[in-house]
Design a protein around this ligand. Structure first.
Ligand SMILES: [Fe+2]
Length: 235
C-alpha cells in the first residue's frame, strides 16, 4: 500500500529534481554498468534529512553503508522511508562504529570480512567483499582497527570481485617493516591490504570513506571513489 506520510508526499512533489552526483562519463564498468547507488559514509551523528531527501527523489538500485554512521543517523534513514523496503542494503563497519550497531536494523545486510558474496541487483549477479575500520592508530579494542598486515591477510587470499567496499582509504606503497604490523600514528594513512588488492586483482570499483572528502581516481583499470556523507551516483 502507498505510504502517504509527509516525507513520501515531499518526495513525490520533488521527484524531478536532480539527485545524482557526477561520475566520469568515460568510466567503463562491464559488470556494474548502469547501477544506481546511494552511499552513506562518515555521517557521524550529523546526517542531514534534507540531503537524504534530495538524494532519494528516485529509488536507487542499491544502498551501501561505508561505516562511521551511528544509531541516530540510521534511525533517521529508516524512519524516513527514504528507500523502498525491497532495496538491498549492505554495510561495513567504520573505525568508530560499535560492533552491535547494525543488529538494531534488520534490513541491513552486513558484509563479512574475508568473504566474497554474490548479490543480485537488477537481474545481474555482482561479486562483492568488504573491509572494516581503519589503520591501527591506537592500542585499543574500543575501535575497529587493522594493521597493514591484517588487511593484507584478509584481502590477499580473495579472488577478484566486481565491487570492494571499505571504510579506510587504500595505501599503495608497501610500508616499512617496522610499520607493517605496528601502530601508525596517522589515522588516515590508509591500509596497504586495500592498495595491494586493487593493484593485484583490479576490481571494477572500490568505494571507501574515512577521509571526509569526495573524490574519484583511477588506478589501472579500477575506479576508486572516496565517499562522504550522502552520495548518489549511477555508474
Ligand atoms: Fe573513520
Amino acid at each position: 500500500m502507498k505510504d502517504f506520510s509527509l516525507i513520501e508526499l515531499l518526495k513525490d512533489f520533488g521527484r524531478k529534481r536532480v539527485n545524482e552526483d557526477p561520475y566520469p562519463e568515460a568510466a567503463e564498468h562491464p559488470v556494474l554498468h548502469d547501477l544506481d547507488i546511494l552511499v552513506l559514509a562518515d555521517t557521524h551523528h550529523a546526517i542531514p534529512a534534507e540531503l537524504l531527501y534530495q538524494k532519494t527523489q528516485t529509488d536507487p538500485d542499491l544502498v551501501l553503508i561505508l561505516g562511521d554512521v551511528n544509531f541516530a543517523d540510521l534511525q533517521t534513514f529508516f524512519n524516513g522511508n527514504f528507500v523502498p523496503r525491497e532495496t538491498p542494503i549492505y554495510a561495513i563497519f567504520g573505525n568508530h562504529d560499535p560492533k552491535d550497531l547494525f543488529s538494531f536494523f534488520p534490513r541491513i545486510h552486513v558484509l563479512e570480512e574475508g568473504r566474497v558474496e554474490e548479490i543480485s541487483v537488477k537481474g545481474k549477479t555482482i561479486t562483492m567483499t568488504g573491509l572494516y575500520g581503519s589503520i591501527r592508530y591506537k592500542n585499543t579494542d574500543h575501535y575497529i582497527l587493522h594493521s597493514h598486515k591484517e588487511s593484507v591477510d584478509l584481502l590477499d587470499p580473495l579472488p577478484k570481485v566486481d565491487l570492494l567496499i571499505t571504510h579506510s582509504n587504500p595505501e599503495f606503497e608497501k610500508p616499512e617493516d617496522n610499520q607493517y604490523e605496528d601502530i601508525c600514528q596517522d589515522a588516515h594513512c590508509g591500509l596497504y591490504g586495500i592498495g595491494k588488492y586493487i593493484d593485484d586483482k583490479q576490481p571494477e570499483l572500490v568505494l571507501h570513506g574515512h577521509l571526509h572528502k569526495q573524490f574519484i581516481h583511477k588506478r589501472k583499470d579500477t575506479y576508486v571513489r572516496c565517499c562522504y556523507m550522502v552520495e548518489r551516483f549511477r555508474i
